[in-house]
Structures are given as C-alpha cells and as structure tokens.
Design a protein around this ligand. Structure first.
Ligand code: ATP
Ligand code: MG
Length: 1010
C-alpha cells in the first residue's frame, strides 16, 4: 500500500476501495488520472493510464527516491515495480520478468523504456566500462527496433508492429552483463499495404526524408514518400516524431551498437530495393508477362549485388520440379508476378528485421560467462508485446495478436492466483476460492490440436487443390459451431454486422472481434517462391546472403512443407509463456484513456471496457478475496504501534506477533484478521483505514513529541559539546602552562653549576597567558645571574664595576669605544707602569693634597691637554677627587695650578668619536675643556669612558645628584667665562698628538690621521 499521497488523489491502491465495484474502481481511476496520478496499484500490479503528455516524474530525483525502496514507501510508479523486480533478482537471485500489457496506444512501449532507463540508472555504480557499454547498447537498441518495427497506425503514432521480449542478464553484483531480444511476428503485410491513414514502417520515411541527397542518389531513390507505392498511403500522415531527426538518431544508434559501415549500408540498400520493387509494374503482351521499365531491375540488381537477369527471371518465372525430378521454368501471370513481388518485398523486410535483432543479440549476448567465476547469472525480462486490437477490418495479423494477448491473460490469471494461493499456503492461512473469468476456453478455441482455428487453417493450407478462404470458413463453422466464443453469419444469420462467407467472430476476453477471413490462407501459408530465396542467397553482398541461408537448397530438395505462419507464431508464443512462467512476474497493466490522444479526456466507456477485459476488477477481488492487506508483523507493528498503549513506544511481549495481536484486540478487529506465520492478514480495508486514521491523528502529536525530545536532545548535545570544548580548552591551557613550567625548569635546572649561570640558555616560547610571567622570570633570572656575577667580584674591584655600569648606562650605543674591556686603573698619574718617571713625585704631591684637603678618594687622574684662560693649550695633570678637581703642573712637582670644588661641576660633554676630548661643565659657566692623554700603559686607550663612569657613579651613587652627560655627534658646546664655544674634531695629517687650536667660534681638536 502506498503512502505519501493525500486522499485527494484518490486511493493509490485499488484494494483499498470501500467496495469493489466497477463504479468505485472507475471513479478512483478517473480521479487519479485527472489529478495527474497515472499510476495506481492493485497489490503489486501497476495500473498505468497513458497521460498523453510529458510528465515530470521520470527524472533523476525520482529515480533516487525509488532506488532500493519498498513498494509502499512511495507513490505508485513504474520505478517501484522495476525496483521490486530488481531487488528480487538481486537479493533472492530470482529470475524476474515485467509483463507490460494493454491495448495499442496504452503506453506499453513507453513504459518498457522507462523501466529500462531505471534499471540502467541504478546499476553499475562503479561505472565499469564494459557494463556501461552493455547498458548503452540495450538502451540504443530501442531506437533501432522502433524505427524498423514500429509504424503509425490509426490508434497509435508509434505502434509496435512486432512483439518484443528482452532479457537483461545480470552478474552477482547486480550489474547488467548482456541481454537477449526475442522478437515476435512482425506485421510484414504492412510493407506492401496499409490501411487508410496509416503508414508503412518508420524506417522508410526516415530514409526518404532524412537520408542525404548523396545517399538517396546512390540508392536510386527520391526524397518523396509519395513517389513510392509502398509509402504513398502514409506520405501525408503526420506523426509526433520527426523522420529526419529520427534518421540521424538511428544512424548514430546503429554505430553505437556496433553495426559496421558495410552492414549499415546493406540495411539501406535493402530498404531501397523494397521501395523500388513496390513501384515495379508488369504488363502482358498477350503471351508473356514483362517488367515495365528495365531501369528498376538494374537498380535492384545493383543494390542487392545480384545478376540483373536473375532478378527479372525470379520476378517473372518460377522454377518447379516435376515429379520426375525435372526442373522447368513456369512463366507467371501478371497477377502471380505482382503477388510474387509483394511477397518478396515482405520477406526482404521481415528477414532484414530478424537479422537486425540477431545482430544486436550477437553484440549484447553474455560473453565469457563462467558460473563458477561469476556466480549465478540472473535475468530480468521485459515483455512489450502488441496489445489487443480491434480494427474495422481485422485480418490474420489481428487474429495472431489477439491470440497472443489471450495467452498472456491466461498467464496473468495463473500466476496471480498461483502467487496468492502460494502465499496463503506458506503462511498457513485458509484460502477461499474466488470466481474469475478463466479465458482458457478461448485459448483452446484458437490453439487446440485438431479442433482449434489454427489447426483448421493449417489443414486448409495443406490440402492440395483450390481451397479458398471461404471453404476454410465453412470448415470452421462446422467444427466450431458449438463453441460459446465462436460465431459467424452462418451460425447466427440474424447478425447483420457480419457478412456471409467472409466474417467470423471470436468473443475474446477483451471483447468481440470480427475477423475477415479474406487472405487468411495466403498469410498463413506465407508463400514465397523459392527463386527469390536462391536469388538472395547468391548475392555478392555477404550481409544479404547471411539473411537467406535457406536459398542454398537446390530446387529438388525443397519438398518438405514449411510450418505455417500461425503455427510458427503459436509455437513462439507458447515458448514465451513457458519462459515467463518460470520467472517471478511483475505486471504493468496499461490503459488508454481515449482515442484522441488527448491528455485531458477520460473516456469512461473506453476505460471501463479495458478495465473489464484486463480483468482488473477480478484482480482486486482476488487480492481482497481472502485478505486485502497483509504485512509482516514487524512492519505492521512499526506502522501502527502508536495506536496501542501496550505497544507504544516499545512492547514487552515475547514476540512481535503478540504485540500485533494486542493492537488488533484493542481495536476490536479480531474477527477481521488472520495470523499467518510471518504476516498479518487483514480482510477488510475498513479496519486498516481505522488504524490509518488513528495513526494520522496521532502523528502530529508524535511529531511534536519527537520534535520536543529531539530538540532537547540536540540542545543537550550542543551543551555537552560546549562543555567538553571548554574542559578540553581548560586542560589544554593548563597543560601548556605546566609544560612551559616544566620546560623552564628543565632548561634552567643546572644553571647554578653552569659557567655562565644559564645566560646562554634559550628561553622557551611562553604561551600568551604567561607572557607577563615570562617577562618577570626572565628578569628574575637576569637579576639572579647578575647577582651571581656581582657576588664574585672582590670589593676592591667594585668601584671599577660601578663606574663601568655608570659608563655603560650613559655611553653604550652612543660612543664607539669607551674602554670597558680593559682594567680601569683610575689613578693613572700615580701608576708606575703608566707614568714611570713621574709617578713617585705625583704620589708624594697627592698625599700632601689629601692631608690638606681631606679628600678620601681619587676618582680619576691622568695627563691631559688643556685649553687655558688665554685660549692656549698646555699639558697638565688632571686629578679628580671626591672633593676637588685639580689642575696640576707636571713640570713643577705637580704644583696645584687650580683647584675647583667637585660640586661646582654639573655635567660633562664628550663626542661619539674615538677622540679623548672632555668638556666638564660648571655651574658658573666657566667650563673646563681638555683632551685626555695616554701614558705608557697602552697606546690608543680610551680613558673618556672611565672618566665619565667614575664621575657619574660618584655623583649618582654618593652624592645622589644627577650628572648629565652629553654625547655630541657633531660639534661639542661649552661655555668659557660665560661665552658659548663650539669645539669640533678634525683629523690632520702629520699631527702626532691631539691638540686644540683656536677657531672662529671656539676650538678645533686636531687629531692624528690614524
Ligand atoms: N508515460 C507516458 N508519458 C508520456 N506519454 C506517454 C506515456 N505513455 C505513452 N505515452 C504516449 O502514448 C503514445 C503511445 O504509447 P506506446 O507507443 O507506448 O503504446 P503501446 O502500448 O506500445 O502501443 P502499441 O501496442 O501500439 O505498440 C506514445 O507515443 C506517447 O506519445
Ligand atoms: Mg508499443
């Protein structure tokens, strides 16, 4: 039972009708047709109504929706049965078949194409090339078969004029590996004659209208169907298909399938020969019959690669073997010649068609199949056979076609009933017989040995002498007079709708059909003069030769009568039915809504007629006879468990069957159901509807409930996830911090014992959260490290270290060299190594000074070049103590020339260069400008840094006052006696000692060039 369709579209399964009456059935069918629902189920049978318009229900989305789904999961569709057949084939390794029936124009061929498309779409997901090519050939073969086997009839623009049963072979993977097409009875009489308004086979018009000029020229054809006797009738008829574009499609399909160029050209040569044959006329000059116009003969002989004389001979004479084994040639009458010509044309076409089918088969047949290697080779068969048809004039072909439909109906009845019965048996449910019309009696009427119509026809054909169609009719009237499904004018003289000696009528399951017996015998004999067969067999064209293997028999050999057309057809249909009988069948029952090909018209009477003869109502009844509805317990439970408190949401009973019983009992349906071994059977759809309605009412509540629960679940899930995220983040952060600590700890563990106290240890990258901590620890380590360094410095060196630190802070980065790497001796004038000659004198003098001025510490002493009051430069000794700055005369026992209190100095200026110039600024703006000189200790020593460091350290640390130091890049500024002076430094070649020289705005310090 299908879901997902509202009741406004009617019932998607006829078994759910309240009452199985024709009215209700038709009402539902019509409603669904009008609402654009062309498919409806009867259980597993699909009833399809031809929509006569393009429907948007075959696309990829739809295919996806049906793929792998169960029948009841989606609205009824061809795809659903296709999938069911495919699943049965794949899951249970069953051979299946899809039988499509219905009258001409009901949509069988279209349905078969959609089925093929579906199967092609859902298979070979891995796109294996060989499987793709099989699928391609299978799909393309439709186009070719339709061109050669379909024609416009008064009932259908694209009517199949042959029966087609296509087997598709699958490997264990469920991918198509090949196929086989069986064709049944092509209506070849159409080649030479069509009913008013009908056309010959499409292939002729496609060639004439679509073939290039060059092609038509080579075939000796004109591009006008009206020019040819065989296509004249249908020349003006329009069809929905464009012949020209179809021609192209067929050409490309032939190529894709694998026809060689030679084969393709042979096909068209045969078509051309047939058309030329059709225009051939004969005249009798009193004695002999002649062909009118010799051109045609030469063209035909050229096209068929035969000898022109043989062509005209086979058209005008027939070779007969006399009783004595002699062979004589017997000239045709004009009538015989025409008959022979038409028979030849028909046979040419028939054999061409048969050859095309066999050629396609040879291409798609399963090759290299090894059951051990490839597993079971399963098959899905698709049967698209001509539908039951009634024309104004029904001849032998209609008789065969309608007989075929009787056989298929018979199979349908057998299989459907059999299936039902098997199911009840399997499930252990008692089954009650239902009456249905069994058409076996009609089948017998046609095919029964000795008594059946086919036997009577064959007998008439075998009888030597002039047996006419009328004689045959007489014979049927005699033998079948008592048959309830047979009648004729003779048996029912009052029925004026039949003519004496012409008509007989069969009451088919699908309706009464009046056949005209005219031509029956000829068509049944299907006579073709042997000469034509030989002619074709002797063709130089191998393709043509291959089509006529029976032409190789010599005339004297051909004694055995071939089987008649009707018998051959019967045999092929019996074989077909046997073939279908052993497969799991799926049915598509097509209905034609009207005769006008209208998408909107639902002709009630026409449809009702079809419903009746297709036995659809009986089908519904049979389906419902016992039980309209059945479902495995688990599935039933799944669907209806919400309607019962004991089963919702889950039951606690031992088996699903008990749970189902609980649902049934709660609703009071006990008397309406039967319990099978695995399935529940429900007798009336009412019960099911009650359940459905209850379910429908509960669904919104359940949906809300589920939404509520699910939303809650979602929110909780989200919340849990967020928490987890935060927990993870927290852990990770902690880990990062810890990891940093561990790393720092690891790297710095041994710094105490390291020579450089960990100065060379690289700090690990700190996580962002620890950046402040990192800075602090780096600082901490630095301080500790400094402490370790400083701790080891002896107190005597401390002064020097402090001075160096002070110099570093003021000069580092400013002045190139400030002598930090050497030992600072501080008191150079007292240093024996620096001043070997004068140091003793200075020591003596400084002692006196110390006693006198009571200074406690020498900050710096050394020689210098100094600018004096008169802007002259002289050599002096400079002594800076913690109280005074002394200017000493070295030449006079270091006599004090000038003594300035240290606190009168407020800062100093130096340059960035390597010169030793220092300007000591005083608060009285009478600054001291000097240039320090080296002693013996070392040449090119920088002593400026030492002087600066000592002074700055003393001022800032001891006196606790600022002592600004200016490091000048260009000229150095100072005041002398309140006047601003500027001092620049210049190198002078030849200058061996730095010396001041007066300049315009102050002084220049001239320094040696190196
Ligand atoms: N599902 C469909 N969608 C659209 N059009 C359809 C459909 N089925 C049938 N038709 C239309 O109906 C026409 C006849 O259908 P189709 O040829 O399948 O009939 P048939 O049953 O095979 O007849 P016959 O027995 O004469 O071969 C198609 O050419 C097409 O125009
Ligand atoms: Mg068809």
């Amino acid at each position: 039972m299908a879901e997902l369709e509202g009741l406004e579209f009617g019932k998607s399964d006829f078994v759910l009708l309240d009452e199985v009456t024709m009215e209700q059935f038709m009402e539902n069918l019509k409603l669904r047709f009008e609402k654009g629902r062309i498919y409806t189920y009867i259980g597993e049978v699909v009833v399809s109504v031809n929509p006569y318009r393009q429907m948007d229900i075959y696309g990829k989305d739809t295919i996806d929706a049906y793929r792998g789904r169960e029948l009841y999961e989606n609205p009824p569709h061809l795809y659903a049965v296709s999938d069911a057949a495919y699943k049965a084939m794949k899951r249970r390794a069953k051979d299946t078949c899809i039988v499509i029936s219905g009258e001409s124009g009901a949509g069988k061929t279209e349905a078969s194409k959609y089925i093929m498309q579906y199967i092609a779409a859902i298979t070979n997901p891995s796109q294996r090339a060989e499987v793709e090519s099989v699928k391609n050939v299978l799909l393309k073969s439709n186009c070719v078969l339709e061109a050669f086997g379909n024609a416009k009839t008064n009932r259908n623009d694209n009517s199949s004029r042959f029966g087609k049963y296509m087997d598709i072979n699958f490997n264990f993977n469920g991918d198509p590996t090949g196929g086989h097409i069986n064709n049944y009875l092509l209506e070849k009489s159409r080649v030479v004659q069509q009913q008013g308004g009908e056309r010959n086979f499409h292939s002729f018009y496609q060639l004439l209208r679509g073939g290039s000029d060059e092609m038509l020229n080579s075939l000796h054809l004109q591009n006008d169907p009206a020019f040819y006797t065989y296509t004249k009738e249908g020349a003006a008829a329009t069809t929905s298909n464009n012949d020209r574009s179809s021609h192209k499609a067929v050409m490309s399909a032939l190529e894709v399938i694998g026809f060689s160029t030679e084969e393709i050209s042979s096909i068209f040569k045969i078509l051309a020969s047939i058309l030329l044959l059709g225009n051939m006329q004969f005249e009798c000059d009193g004695e002999n019959v002649q062909i009118l116009g010799v051109e045609a003969v030469s063209h035909i002989s050229e096209l068929t690669a035969t000898d022109p004389d043989s062509v005209s001979k086979s058209l005008l004479y027939r070779t007969v073997a006399t009783g004595g084994g002699e062979v004589i040639e017997k000239g045709h009458t004009e009538q015989d010649a025409c008959f022979g010509r038409d028979a030849f044309a028909k046979a040419l076409y028939d054999r061409l068609f048969g050859w095309i089918v066999s050629r396609i088969n040879s291409i798609i047949e399963v090759k290299d199949y090894n059951p051990v290697l490839h597993g079971k080779n399963t098959v899905i068969g698709v049967l698209d056979i001509y539908g039951f048809e009634i024309f104004d004039n029904n001849s032998f072909e209609q008789f065969c076609i309608n007989y075929c439909n009787e056989k298929l109906q018979q199979l349908f009845i057998e299989l459907i009933l059999q299936q039902e019965q098997n199911e009840y048996q399997r499930e252990g449910v008692t089954w009650q017989h239902i009456d249905y019309f069994n058409n076996q009696i009609i089948v017998d009427l046609v095919e029964q040995q000795h008594k059946g119509i086919i036997s009577i026809l064959d007998e008439a054909c075998l009888t030597v002498g002039k047996v006419t169609d009328t004689v045959c009719l007489d014979s049927m009237d005699t033998k079948l007079a008592q048959h309830p499904h047979y009648t004729s004018r003779k048996l029912c003289p009052t029925d004026k709708s039949m003519d004496f000696k012409k008509h007989f009528r069969i009451r088919h399951y699908a309706g009464d059909v009046t056949y005209s017996v005219e031509g029956f015998l000829d068509k049944n004999k299907d006579l073709l003069f042997q000469d034509f067969k030989r002619l074709m067999y002797n063709s130089a064209n191998p393709v043509l030769k291959e089509m006529w293997p029976d032409g190789q028999l010599s005339i004297t050999e051909v004694t055995k009568r071939p089987l008649t057309a009707a018998t051959m057809f019967k045999n092929s249909i019996v074989a077909l039915v046997d073939k279908l009988g052993c497969k799991e069948p799926y049915y598509v029952r097509c209905i034609k809504p009207n005769e006008m090909k209208s998408p909107v018209l639902f002709d009630d009477a026409r449809c009702q007629h079809q419903v009746a003869y297709l036995g659809l109502l009986e089908n519904v009844m049979v389906r419902r006879a016992g039980f309209a509805y059945r479902q495995p317990y688990a599935r039933f439970l799944q669907r209806y468990k919400m309607t019962c408190e004991y089963t919702w949401p889950n039951h606690l009973m031992a088996t699903d069957r008990e749970a189902v019983e609980a649902i049934v009992t709660q609703h009071g349906f006990q008397d309406d159901v039967a319990y099978g071994h695995t399935k529940l059977f429900v007798r009336t759809p009412r019960s099911l509807f009650t359940l459905e309605q209850e379910r429908a009412a509960l669904i919104p509540i359940l949906v809300l409930f589920l939404q509520k629960v699910w939303r809650g679940a979602l929110a909780r899930m989200r919340c849990r996830r967020m928490r987890a995220i935060y927990a993870i983040m927290g852990c990770y952060k902690r880990y990062k911090v810890k990891a940093h600590f561990w790393e720092v700890e690891r790297r710095f563990a041994n710094v105490r014992t390291m020579g450089d106290y960990g100065k060379s240890v690289e700090w690990p990258m700190a996580p962002a959260a620890l950046s402040q901590f990192h800075n602090i620890t780096v600082m901490l380590h630095r301080r500790w490290w400094a402490r370790q360094i400083v701790k080891n410095i002896p107190p005597s060196d401390m002064l020097e270290v402090r001075a160096k630190v002070a110099a570093l802070t003021t000069l580092s980065g400013e002045r190139k060299d400030w002598g930090f790497s050497r030992a600072w001796e501080r008191d150079y004038l007292a240093n024996v190594r620096d001043c070997p000659q004068t140091s003793t004198g200075f020591v003596r003098a400084s002692k006196e000074l110390k006693n006198k001025d009571e200074y406690s510490q020498v900050l710096f002493s050394g020689f210098c070049r100094k600018v004096n009051r008169f802007n002259k430069s002289t050599d002096r000794g400079l002594l800076i103590t913690d109280k005074y700055v002394y200017k000493l005369e070295p030449k006079k026992q270091y006599k004090v020339l000038k003594r300035l209190p240290l606190d009168s100095f407020i800062g100093l200026s130096v340059t960035t260069g390597v010169d030793q110039m220092v300007a000591l600024h005083t608060s009285s703006q009478d600054d001291v400008l000097l240039c320090l000189q080296q002693g013996e200790l070392c040449h090119n020593q920088d002593r400026v840094g030492e002087l600066v460091g000592s002074l700055v350290d003393h001022f800032t640390r001891i006196r606790k006052v600022q002592f600004p130091v200016k490091v000048c890049r260009s000229a150095l500024q100072l005041h002398m006696r309140g006047k601003l002076k500027s001092v620049t430094v210049e190198t002078k070649p030849g200058q061996n000692q730095a010396d001041f020289k007066k300049s315009r705005d102050g002084f220049v310090l001239l320094v040696p060039a190196n």
